[in-house]
Structures are given as C-alpha cells and as structure tokens.
Design a protein around this ligand. Structure first.
Ligand code: MN
Length: 366
C-alpha cells in the first residue's frame, strides 16, 4: 500500500515528541495536505485521525466510500451513513488505539463537533492543538508544491489575457468576470474581481453593474485552482486613455511592487518586505491610500501564512510562497493594484505570473 506522506510522518514525529496519543484533523485542506485525499463533505463529518503508534484513519461519509477506496492510501478507512453517529463509528474504528490525550485542530473544528467528540470519549484530555503545527508545516513549500503553484500561475496569466481581450465600451464588470470564467474553464480560487473606474477605488467591491467607458482604469484580481494549488494575480489597465494623475498612481504602484519583488530575501521579516513597497507609496504622497497588507501566503489555499504586513516579525525563509500586491485607491480618481505571487529563494522572489506590468492602454472597441 505504500508509505505515509512526508507531511504525515512529520505529524507522527510531533505526536511522539509532544507525548500525545492521537491527532484529530478536521479541515479538508489539512486532510488533503497530509494524505493527498481532497474532498469536501459540506455538513457531514470527515476527519483524519493519526495515532502516535504509526496508524492513521481516514473517516468519511459513506457516500465517499467508492472514491476513497479507489484512492491509494496506506492507512485505514471507516465510514458512516446518514442517520448513524459519526462519533460512535470513530470510537469503534480506533478502539485499539491509545486515546488518553488528543490534539485537535482548534482552528477548524466547530464547537458542536468538539462537544460531541468529548461526549464520546469522556475520560480523554483534548487540550492540545495542532493548528499551529500545521500552519508552520505548510509555510515552506517543497519543489513539487512550487511546480504546482507555477502551473496554477500560468492559468492565471491566461485569465488576465482573456479579461483584457474582452474589454469594450459598455461591457459590465459582471460580464467581464463571467467571460473570464467561461473561456478559462478552470475552477476559481476565489470569486473573480473586476472593478471599473470609480469602483476600482473601492477595495472590497464585487463585480456589479459598472460599465466601461474611455478613460477608465480596470482592475482584474483573480485566481484558479490547479492540482489542489491556488493562483492569484492582479493587473490594472487603462481603457482608451488615462489622465496624468492616473498614470502617476499606476507608476507608483508599479515601482512599489518592483521594489518589494527585487528586495525580498530570506532572513528579512515580513514587515521589512512590506515596508519596501509601502515606503515608495508613502514617499509619493499616497500612503493613506494603501490601506491593506502587502501580501499573503499562498499554497493549497489562496490565503495562508505568512501575512506580509506592517510590523510582522515573521522571518521569511526560502521556500515560502506569498503575494506582493500593493495598491493605491483614490476615490474619484483611480484604483490600481498590481500583484504577483511567487516563491522566495536564496536569490530572491521568483514570480508565478509573468503578464506584463507596463501600463497598457487598450484601444477603444465598440
Ligand atoms: Mn492576493
């Protein structure tokens, strides 16, 4: 049947070190990271239980049985049907395991499920938590993971091309977002953001009825999922013409993005990398119009650790993957954001997306 993944072996080592009998992993992304089995069971219980005695159980709803039995997994499996108690089934399945001390995934396990689990194992201690262990384990990506992130990045570049080709006078944000999804035929990693003109200065706005006219700037911020890994990219373009002030805002964001991408190195703190970009924007006089962090980690999820933000003392290491996405949003004038995700290596930041960052002024199309 093969061996457990390295990620799961590290969890086993951690359990032994911490003298904890077993871990209960609740989050589907964590389960996929540790086992390779990627599924989403909505309101039904799915869990990975790992014993320090080198055993592991994938527990899932019975509707997952066919899929899970055809998946190459060296551990045990168990299932429950609707109407049965998943907690009783888990108890049966791990009856031979030591189960005095548990480490739960507190960042993901709901309070209701925690109470149900505790009621089934009344003598057990469930104080320990694996959330931080998993977060740290996922911080540095393996070369295989980096290759998947690069492949997802190539899809994101294509999505930007599709969006830009669809620009024409009168087209709405919602129409552009739908056109990208339709032509790309890839699972999005988050709802596609397209913001035109005034809306682009409103950072959190979803695609709406805003319609394109000459003189507008357009932000595309989108991503895809490929082989279980996420991409995320932003580009801002001009349509027909842009004003001198819009151009100045664009060039400031571009220089800020470049300063952080060129300057990031292992050994710097996340706060220092944030400052590389933020200083450029502040010195150009737009400091108050850059209200968000410079970036976020990316991997199996589109937002994960590390956060690249002011004041963060997290020391960056080679193998960490994150976004660099400064923005300036001036109400009534323009919103501009430029974003690449990439991997930090000893030589510096290597982006997963390569679409041009020169200011593009697209010709007017009727
Ligand atoms: Mn992002």
């Amino acid at each position: 049947m093969g061996e457990f993944r390295d990620s799961l072996k590290k969890l086993l080592a951690w359990l032994k070190e911490e003298r904890i009998d077993l871990a209960y992993v609740a989050d589907p992304t964590s389960i996929a990271y540790l086992t390779g089995y990627a599924s989403w069971t909505e309101e039904r219980v799915m869990a990975l239980l790992v014993s320090r005695e080198e055993a592991a159980l994938l527990f899932a709803p019975a509707i997952n049985e066919g899929e899970l039995r055809s998946f190459a997994w060296p551990g045990a499996v168990a299932f429950y049907q609707d109407g049965e108690s998943p907690w009783k089934k888990i108890k049966e399945a791990i009856a031979a395991w030591p189960a005095q001390t548990w480490a739960l995934e507190g960042g993901s396990l709901s309070l209701a499920w925690y109470r149900a689990l505790q009621a089934e194992f009344p003598g057990s201690e469930m104080e320990a938590d694996i959330t931080d262990f998993l977060k740290k384990a996922r911080l540095r990506k393996s070369p295989e993971e980096v290759a998947k992130l690069q492949a997802a990045g190539a899809q994101a570049d294509l999505a930007i091309e599709i969006g830009i080709a669809a620009l024409r006078s009168g087209v709405s944000e919602g129409e552009l977002a739908a056109e990208i999804q339709y032509q790309l035929r890839a699972e999005p990693s988050f709802p596609t953001i397209v913001q035109i003109g005034e809306n682009a200065a409103n950072v959190s706005a979803l695609p709406g009825e805003g319609r394109l006219a000459p003189g507008d700037m357009v932000i595309f911020d989108l991503g895809t999922m490929k082989n279980g890994y996420a991409s995320d990219v932003s580009r801002t373009v001009g349509y027909g013409e842009v004003s001198a002030e819009q151009r100045q805002i664009y060039e400031t964001v571009r220089q800020a993005q470049q300063a952080a991408a060129d300057g990031a190195r292992p050994g710097m703190t996340a706060g220092e990398v944030d400052e590389l970009a933020r200083r450029v924007i502040r010195e150009a006089g737009y400091g108050q119009y850059f209200p968000h962090r410079l970036g976020h980690g990316i991997g199996m999820q589109v937002h994960e650790a590390p956060g690249i933000q002011p004041g963060s003392n997290t020391v960056l290491e080679a193998g960490m993957c994150f976004s660099i996405e400064p923005g300036i949003y001036v109400p009534g004038v323009a919103g501009v954001r430029i974003e690449d995700c990439g991997v930090l290596t000893e030589k510096g930041f290597e982006p997963f997306t390569h679409f041009s960052k020169e200011l593009q002024i697209l010709p007017i199309k009727k």
